[in-house]
Design a protein around this ligand. Structure first.
Ligand code: 6PG
Length: 231
């Protein structure tokens, strides 16, 4: 294995394949939730969207998590109707949330069906009331985006807790995302990255390119071997 490293990563964990990655990441998430609950009444976690987390969320269902003390938020959401199959909260419901004993009042979905501006304003109010997140799960796009913070997009410069995103290159164009400030204010950040399609973005981050995902400091990176760039 080549000596691959990421700047500002607090931890780099490489699994043999996507299934091993899902298991390792689920175990780490359960461990971080338990560690938080040993010190606090609740654990506030923001889930990642896209497809990669699906296996990890399925593995998390079997983990010993005290869901009655977990508050679930989202790192971003696509501006689509409630229940749309392409929404990130739909994926989280299907793979995890409807299978665990999470109280309905602990599910804080982004109201992206309201449109980007209104939803971002409302979610910013909720996040301001909630305080810093304990754990944020993040994915990595092939262009180096994370959550819905895309390269060159004005949303990257915004500092509100949640920001409206327009002209996203990954459909749909309208989204809501936690801001980079909110992501970095989380106590723990954990990236979950799988597949050779992410090699280029990882290589660019390793070389110091200021891609949006590189803006999340002091994160734990969980990769599968296929995603690791071959130098
Ligand atoms: C989204 C996600 C996005 C995702 C990456 C990786 O709305 O699509 O929030 O940031 O995490 O694009 O997506 P995959 O896991 O599907 O490769």
């Amino acid at each position: 294995m080549n000596a691959f490293d990421l700047p500002n990563a607090s931890r780099l964990h490489v699994s043999a394949d996507a299934d091993a990655l899902a298991a390792a990441c689920a175990a780490r998430i359960a461990e971080l939730i338990a560690a938080t609950l040993a010190q606090r009444a609740h654990c506030r976690i923001a889930l990642a969207g896209g497809e990669t987390p699906r296996r990890c969320y399925a593995a998390l269902r079997a983990m010993p998590v005290d869901w009655g003390r977990v508050q679930v938020y989202f790192g971003d959401e696509r501006c689509l109707p409630v229940g749309d199959a392409q929404r990130n909260d739909t994926m989280a419901q299907d793979s995890l949330l409807r299978h665990v004993a999470l109280p309905a009042t602990h599910l804080h979905a982004i109201p992206a069906e309201l449109g980007a501006q209104a939803a971002a304003a409302r979610y910013s109010e909720w996040l301001a009331q909630a305080g810093a997140l304990d754990l944020v799960l993040l994915g990595l796009g092939e262009d180096g985006h994370t959550a819905s913070l895309f390269p060159g997009n004005p949303a990257l410069q915004r500092a509100e807790p949640a920001v409206a995103v327009f002209d996203a290159p990954k459909p749909p164009p309208q989204r809501v995302s936690l801001s980079l400030a909110t992501l970095n204010a989380a106590r723990h950040k954990l990236f979950l990255v799988a597949g050779s399609g992410k090699r280029d973005a990882l290589q660019r981050i390793a070389r110091g390119e200021a891609l949006p995902a590189a803006g999340v400091k002091d994160a734990e990176w969980f990769l599968d071997k296929a995603a690791v760039p071959v130098s």
